[in-house]
Design a protein around this ligand. Sequence first.
Ligand SMILES: Nc1ncnc2c1ncn2[C@@H]1O[C@H](COP(=O)(O)OP(=O)(O)O)[C@@H](O)[C@H]1O
Ligand SMILES: [Mg+2]
Length: 254
Amino acid sequence: MPDLLEVKDLSVSFYRPEGELQALKNVSFSLHAGEILAIMGETGCGKSVLCKSILKLLPDMAKIKTGQIYFKGEEISAYSEKQMQRLRGSAFSMVFQNPMTALNPCMNVGMQISEAVRQRQPELSRRGRQERVEELIELVGLDHPGERRRQYPCHFSGGMAQRCVIAIALAAKPEILFADEPTTSLDVTVQAQILELLLKLREKTGMTVVFVTHNPGVAARVADRVALMREGKLYRIAEVEEFFEESIHNQNCI
Ligand SMILES: Nc1ncnc2c1ncn2[C@@H]1O[C@H](COP(=O)(O)OP(=O)(O)O)[C@@H](O)[C@H]1O
Ligand SMILES: [Mg+2]
């Protein structure tokens, strides 16, 4: 069986008026089904660009210069925007750093989750969709789903909002969840709760997770493997124990 996702020799540049910026340089790695891969590295080293390249969410000024991306053995780097949209609504889902900007302030959260459910399961009746929304709200650990779904994002704390964003992402029943610094904007206790939630969801659903963080403690807590990026290159990738064992011997690696 091929790896779930394979990135081969990926180079991406931004063509800005002031010149070319090489954001990714010959990055290769593969993702095993069911694992949590943490991507670490300093700000600006290319973690978000790597995720966005896989999801094809880069702005027009960014171009893939070399390389291919395969999902279940099929090359998706050549997919059209329409094909990618289908993949983003089913196989891939994403959760970004700031939950408040990911939610629409003018729509109650139930409707936002419901819209994602409708896209993935258009065959569901209104009633079925509502049941699925409440199931998702419960799955991400929010109480009183019947009342919660009628509330607006402004009624929610950062941690609760991130749970809603995760519920929207899960509505797609993704095979791979891309979580780009999903806990960075939250306080430490809430961060820990969201990490626990992701671990629990992985156990329940078996989904594969790409988890971006610049926090080694967070990577050590959640990841099966850790990839370290530096200046657009994938500098090192290893099983989590091996990664941190070597880092202790070689402190300047993180
Ligand atoms: N939309 C953009 N336009 C121009 N340059 C960008 C854009 N997004 C990212 N970059 C550049 O690409 C590099 C990698 O950025 P990014 O992947 O966002 O870093 P991080 O590891 O912090 O997520 C940085 O040098 C950044 O300035
Ligand atoms: Mg980033």
